[in-house]
Design a protein around this ligand. Structure first.
Ligand SMILES: [Fe+2]
Length: 142
């Protein structure tokens, strides 16, 4: 599977959130590379765990910044619901991957890749003009 590569087209106009998105891409690339090397059975679980932990932190940071940027409440609410749904889906994969067997791992990797890119390029992109002029440096100190 081709690696996810960050490009300017993925920028949401916040340096900190862009950095976090790059980190999420790296973790998903790690997952797919482990599967391609035949190490999926050993590494899928720890990598999915790392993804869940990092995604949860990222979602919290993103939601905090959107509140500060006065993203319209209905849109923020819908965005938060999307985050919740995505977290549940990763959890579901994390819990069930071993019962699907090794054959299911590439499919999980593809799901993660498509999920992240779709979320950034459609949902996250909608808030970019709101966060473009907001100081996001406070997020990096936590
Ligand atoms: Fe988001």
């Amino acid at each position: 599977m081709e690696k996810i590569v960050w490009s300017r087209a993925c920028s949401v106009q916040s340096g900190y959130l862009d950095h976090q998105h790059q980190k999420l891409m790296e973790i998903i690339n790690d997952f797919n590379q482990a599967v391609a090397r035949g190490e999926g059975m050993k590494l899928a679980y720890p990598i999915l765990n790392r993804l869940i932990q990092y995604a949860e932190k990222h979602f919290r940071d993103e939601e905090k910044l959107l509140e500060i940027a006065r993203y319209p409440p209905e849109q923020l609410h819908a965005h938060m619901q999307e985050h919740e749904k995505l977290t549940e889906e990763i959890f579901r994969h994390g819990e069930n991957w071993h019962s699907y067997g090794k054959e299911a791992l590439p499919e999980i990797g593809l799901f993660l890749k498509e999920w992240l890119m779709e979320h950034i390029l459609t949902s996250d992109m909608k808030y970019s003009k709101y966060v473009a002029n907001i100081d996001d440096t406070f997020l990096s100190v936590k």
